[in-house]
Design a protein around this ligand. Structure first.
Ligand code: BGC
Length: 452
C-alpha cells in the first residue's frame, strides 16, 4: 500500500502517472476510462456533492424539518443486519445505488459494530461481544468491503468514519484513570480487540482506492486534556501500524461525532483571567484544566500532533449536526461577572449542565450546515450524527440490537462521577440510540444556529 503515500499531500495527488501505477498495483478492479477520478485527493469533500440519505430525509421532512431535509447525513452501518437493510433503513447497496441515482460524488458512512462496542457506556452497546472479532471481520467488514469495491461505485469518494468512541475509550476509561468504570474497556484494551478490529477495518476498507477512512478523536471535552492528548496520538500511531492497517489506510480524523461541543466560543477564551484567577484552573469550573474550550481550536491543535504520529498529512472534519446552541438562551456578549464560575457559565454558548454530558442534550440546536473547507485546518463540517436520531433511551427499553440503558440518558440521574454527579441534561421520553426522537428533532430545529 505504499502507493498511497505518493498520492497523499504535497500535490503528488495529481500525478497521473503514479496514479495509474497505483491502481493497477492495488486492485483487481477493472480499469475504467475515468480512472483518474479515483485519485485520493487531499480533501474528499472539496467540490463534491454528497449523498442525501433518503431514509433520514423522509423522517426529517415528516417531523417539520423540511428546511434541512436536503442536507447530507452519514449512513450508519451499526450492525450486521444494516448491511442488507432493516425496517429502519435500506441497506448499504441500496444507499449506494440511490447515491449514484442522485448524481452524488461523495458518499458518507460510519462503520460501527466493534466487538464490545461502547465499552464505557451502555446506550450504544452492540450485538458483538469481545470474543466476536472473527465475526466482525468476516460478517461485517468483509461484507461491507465486498459492496464498496463494486465498480459501480468507483467514481464516488467514499468517506468512512471508523468505530466512533472506541479508541478514545482506551485512553480515558481504563486502568486507574479517574474516569475508568467497570472492566469492559480494560478488557477491550488488554485483549487487543479494539486495536485489531479498527486496524482490520482501516486496512480492509482502505485498500479500496476510493475509500477515505477517518478515525474518531472524541471531542475537545474528551481528549482535550493534556493527559489524553498525546497518549491518544501515540495509540493511533500504533493502530495504523497494526496489520492489515498501514498509515496510508487512514486519511484523517473526525471530531465531535454525535457530541455537542461548540465550534467556537465567541465570548471567552481559555486563557482569560477573572477575579485574579485563571479561569481554566478553577476547580469544578466549566473548563477544569482542559486546554480547549471549543472544537475548532482543538482540531487545529491536534492536526500536527496526529500528523507526526501517523507520518503523513491528515484531513480533519468536525460533526456540526447538533452543536448550534442557538435559541433564546444564547448569550450575545461576554459576561461582566468578576466571579470566574459565573463568568464562564454566562459567557459560554454551550449550555450543557456539564461538559461531560452527552445524551440527547436539552437546549441543543442544529449547527453549521455541512460544507467543505470552512476554516483553516478543517476540511469539512459534516453531519455524521443524523439529527433526530436518539443517543440513548431515557428508560430501559428491550431491543434486539444489544443496546443497553445508560442513566446518562435519564434526565433524573445524578450519580455519575464523570460529570461530577451533575444532572445528565438529557431530554425525557427518548427511544434507544439510533431510533427517531421527534421531540428532540423539533428542539434541534428550533435552536438551530445559524438559524434556519
Ligand atoms: C447508535 C446507532 C445509530 C447511530 C446514529 C448510535 O448512537 O448506537 O445505532 O446508528 O447512533 O444515530
Amino acid at each position: 500500500m505504499t502507493h498511497k503515500s505518493r498520492l497523499r499531500g504535497a500535490m503528488a495527488v495529481l500525478a497521473a502517472v503514479a496514479l495509474t501505477a497505483s491502481l493497477s498495483a492495488v486492485t483487481a478492479q477493472p480499469a475504467a476510462a475515468d480512472d483518474v477520478s479515483l485519485a485520493r485527493v487531499a480533501n474528499p469533500f472539496a467540490g463534491g456533492r454528497a449523498y442525501v440519505n433518503e431514509d433520514w430525509a423522509a423522517r426529517a421532512r415528516s417531523s417539520g424539518g423540511g428546511a434541512i431535509a436536503g442536507q447530507a447525513t452519514f449512513v450508519w452501518m451499526d450492525r450486521i443486519a444494516a448491511i442488507a437493510g432493516t425496517t429502519s433503513g435500506r441497506g448499504l447497496k441500496a444507499h449506494l445505488d440511490a447515491a449514484v441515482a442522485q448524481g452524488a460524488t461523495v458518499f458518507q458512512m460510519v462503520t460501527y459494530n466493534l466487538p464490545g462496542r461502547d465499552c464505557a457506556a451502555l446506550a450504544s452497546n452492540g450485538e458483538l461481544s469481545l470474543s466476536d472479532l472473527p465475526r466482525y471481520k468476516t460478517e461485517f467488514i468483509d461484507a461491507i468491503a465486498a459492496i464498496l469495491r463494486q465498480p459501480a461505485y468507483a467514481n464516488m469518494r467514499i468517506v468512512n468514519v471508523v468505530e466512533i468512541d472506541s479508541l478514545p475509550n482506551l485512553i480515558t476509561n481504563v486502568g486507574s484513570r479517574p474516569t475508568a468504570q467497570g472492566t469492559t474497556c480494560d478488557q477491550a484494551l488488554s485483549s487487543g480487540v479494539y486495536r485489531d478490529g479498527v486496524a482490520y477495518a482501516l486496512g480492509t476498507l482502505g485498500a479500496i482506492p476510493n475509500v477515505y477512512n477517518y478515525v474518531d478523536i472524541g471531542h475537545h471535552g474528551w481528549l482535550g486534556w493534556t493527559d489524553n492528548f498525546q497518549p491518544f496520538a501515540t495509540l493511533m500511531g500504533q493502530v495504523v501500524r497494526t496489520a492489515p492497517a498501514t498509515p496510508e489506510s487512514l486519511h484523517g480524523f473526525a471530531s465531535n461525532v454525535a457530541n455537542y461541543g461548540a465550534l467556537n466560543e465567541p465570548y471567552f477564551t481559555v486563557s482569560d483571567t477573572v477575579g485574579g484567577q485563571k479561569i481554566r484552573e478553577v476547580a469544578g469550573g466549566w473548563i477544569d484544566w482542559n486546554n480547549y474550550i471549543d472544537e475548532v481550536s482543538f482540531v487545529r491543535a491536534y492536526k500536527p500532533v496526529l500528523e507526526s504520529a501517523i507520518g503523513h498529512t491528515v484531513s480533519m472534519v468536525i460533526d456540526t449536526s447538533r452543536n448550534g446552541w442557538g435559541g433564546s438562551g444564547r448569550p450575545t456578549a461576554r459576561s461582566t461577572s468578576t466571579d470566574p464560575i459565573t463568568y464562564m457559565n454566562q459567557s459560554r454558548i454551550d449550555k450543557r449542565i456539564h461538559l461531560g454530558n452527552w445524551c440527547n442534550q436539552s437546549g441543543a440546536g442544529i449547527g453549521e450546515r455541512p460544507r467543505s473547507a470552512p476554516t483553516t485546518g478543517v476540511d469539512a463540517y459534516v453531519w455524521v450524527k443524523p439529527p433526530g436520531e436518539s443517543d440513548g433511551s431515557s428508560t430501559a427499553i428491550p431491543n434486539d440490537e444489544g443496546k443497553g440503558f445508560d442513566r446518562m440518558c435519564d434526565p433524573t440521574y445524578t450519580g455519575n462521577p464523570r460529570n461530577a454527579n451533575n444532572m445528565s441534561g438529557a431530554l425525557s421520553g427518548s427511544p434507544v440510540s439510533g431510533h427517531w426522537f421527534e421531540a428532540q428533532f423539533r428542539q434541534l430545529i428550533q435552536n438551530a444556529y445559524p438559524a434556519l
